[in-house]
Design a protein around this ligand. Sequence first.
Ligand code: AMP
Ligand code: MG
Length: 338
Amino acid sequence: MKETVMLSDSIDDIKKAAELIKNGCVVGIPTETVYGLGAAALDSKAVKKIFEAKGRPSDNPLIVHIHDIKQAEKLANNIPELFYKLADKFWPGPLTMIVPKNDIVPNETSGGLDTVGIRMPSHPVMRELIRLSVPIAAPSANRSGYPSPTKASHVMNDMNGRIEAVIDGGDSRFGVESTVICFDDDKTVRILRPGSVTKEMLSEIAGNVIVDEAILNDLAEDRKAPSPGMKYKHYSPKADVKIVKGDIDSFCRYADSLNSEKLFCIVFDSDNTESLHAETLTFGDSGEQIAHNLFAKLRECDDMGAETVLVRSPEMDGVGLAVYNRLLRAAAFEVIEL
Ligand code: AMP
Ligand code: MG
């Protein structure tokens, strides 16, 4: 395929992208979570192109992005009351809800499941794009397995020549993918993937919120993944990532004991790293800051030729759970306790 075109977020360029989507092409699009790889959700041929561009396994379903609640009612049936309450509170925003799908949603989009994940994004460019075209299926715009893109340049790096265009809408605000939930019963939601809509926030609306065990654990071979994305290697740069638990002084001593030239460290802004000899990057202090920066910092380490990356372990409350869940997979569950 020819070179991928970089579009701006002007209304004229959003109109061009809307035409591309309606014509069955794949476009890189900014959202408030991470950049997505969008195509017409109900067009199975267009959706197949997303899987090809990403190198994504065909049983890993795509989230369908909508502009208004009426579109959700066309895609799904047996929508529970709680879905509407959560939509009222968190949409448009970074929450994906899984409900039984209607026949118009092709199997390619749902990864062969009889359910569909639906989200109403808040990014103004993404909203306008859907309004001018159709519901858009969009996974994260990285090559499968690699960290999600949070800048248009990341999408260009991974996808140049593989997709028609990318819209540059600036850095992604949240930096981690949407929270994915399903409904166990009328009052109970189960978090399948943590995100910026946190367990604490969901608990204000739903009576009962369960964090699925697969979020913090490597799934046993024999357990069927409730959310297929969980079983794949994910969010990993080329470098070998390790999470390091312990105080900053122990971290510095450990890093220096490795005596490796291509070692990079990612630490908190407030850490005192005077004694650290390895190349050091910072990713913030709060869960929100770390979520915003994590994937970009992992990509930077790769760009600078890192072989090993040691990452300070974030707290697991609030959006920290989402950060820790992504890091665990980036590190292939390797955690060093000092
Ligand atoms: P991505 O598009 O890369 O953010 O990945 C979307 C993830 O959402 C998938 O990997 C699944 O784990 C999850 N997902 C989407 N649709 C469904 C569904 N119908 N059932 C369960 N999980 C889903
Ligand atoms: Mg992804």
